[in-house]
Write a protein that binds this ligand. Structure first.
Ligand SMILES: Cc1cc2nc3c(=O)[nH]c(=O)nc-3n(C[C@H](O)[C@H](O)[C@H](O)COP(=O)(O)OP(=O)(O)OC[C@H]3O[C@@H](n4cnc5c(N)ncnc54)[C@H](O)[C@@H]3O)c2cc1C
Length: 309
């Protein structure tokens, strides 16, 4: 069933969320929308405001775990929002819509001879989600880079539908998080890059791809690393989990990867509750053995999740 709003956009009801996440897990969204324009988006936000629904913004769902009970409120899926809008502004500045995938951004930059975003290439998210998460990556022996390192500014829509230009210096970035001075939804980002040969960019992308395949477990649906690394601790979360024997441990349809102990895999019929149980068990074992409290990198979305709206 769908509701017709004042713009052409529809809102759907009771939409299963599992297929909108890389974990392939989760219940239904009470309301669900896929805006393609600012007008549609502001229309949806107005609906949420008037009906007092919490709003959850969804990119590619590659860092989210939706509860089995779903989400009571409005999920706004940004994948179709300006999904093909990439432009070169002046020589080294690229403007990109929030719904554009990071792989697509890289193909565009490669063709334009613009370097700097290669580290993002195989992270399976959107530009908007990557900015909110301050996504990052680095091969062993190279610098770990974060999206903030190449960001110039963003355009954001607040939850009342007003748009704001925000420069990077006004955003508080931290490890896997970004705090905007105004709460809202990223619409567009401007990146500042460096001119380089297409061959150099291709090589970088290939090396990143090779390294990721070597260390990450891409055999089954997951949400990438489950826990953040502990600041200034000599072991990574994966190494801590490995040390307490978590590799291969299963709960229901979920299993800790045998290849990378900080990945939980959906082996087929996993429920969010299976994944949460594995996370709790992991945290307890690491705490008991090392006195270290692991903090989730993935965001668990249930009705008690504090949305920004
Ligand atoms: C196999 C695999 C490998 C991964 N490797 C890495 C890695 O190397 N490095 C890394 O950093 N991450 C990694 N990730 C995690 C994930 O891909 C990143 O965090 C990614 O940036 C999330 O983007 P998304 O579009 O999927 O966001 P989502 O998961 O949909 O959302 C993440 C957060 O961003 C918010 N959000 C989404 N879009 C917007 C928007 N337009 N405006 C405001 N907020 C928004 C959401 O509300 C949520 O809070 C990996 C994931 C997988 C599955």
């Amino acid at each position: 069933m769908s509701l017709q709003l004042s713009s052409k956009a529809h809102l759907s009801r009771n939409v299963p969320l599992a297929s909108y996440t890389t974990f392939k897990v989760g219940g239904v969204a009470q309301y669900f929308s896929e805006p393609t324009t600012c007008l549609e988006l502001s229309d949806h936000l107005m609906f949420a405001h008037n009906t007092k629904q919490p709003v959850l913004v969804l990119g590619r769902g590659s860092n989210l775990l939706f509860a089995d009970s779903g989400f009571r409120g409005l999920v706004i899926h940004m994948r179709k929002f300006g999904s093909d809008q990439l432009t070169i502004r002046e020589k080294l500045f690229v403007s990109v819509s929030a719904g554009v995938g990071l792989f697509r951004l890289n193909l565009f930059c490669q063709n334009a001879g613009l370097s700097g975003a290669e580290f993002l290439c195989h992270i399976p998210g959107t530009v908007g989600g990557a900015i909110q998460m301050n996504a990052g990556f680095g091969r062993k022996g190279t610098l770990h880079r974060e999206i903030k390192d190449i960001l110039h500014s963003i355009r954001l829509m607040d939850f009342k539908g007003l748009q704001h230009e925000i420069s990077k210096s006004d955003i508080k970035f931290s490890y896997r998080n970004a705090q905007f001075p105004i709460k809202g939804i990223v619409l567009e980002a401007i990146f500042v890059l460096t001119a380089r040969s297409t061959q150099y960019i291709k090589n970088e992308i290939y090396e990143n791809f090779r390294y990721r395949n070597l260390v990450q477990d891409l055999s089954h649906p997951s949400a990438g690393s489950i826990f953040k690394n502990v600041c200034n601790y000599p072991k990574t979360s994966g190494q801590l989990l490995d040390a307490v024997g978590m590799r291969g441990v299963c709960v229901g349809g979920a299993m800790i990867s045998r290849k990378h102990a900080n990945f939980i895999l959906n082996m087929g019929e996993a429920k969010a509750s299976d994944i949460l149980a594995l996370m709790k068990m992991s945290q307890k074992r690491v705490f008991d053995e090392f006195g270290v409290q692991l903090k989730p990198e993935i965001r668990y979305i249930s009705d008690s999740y504090e949305t920004q709206s």
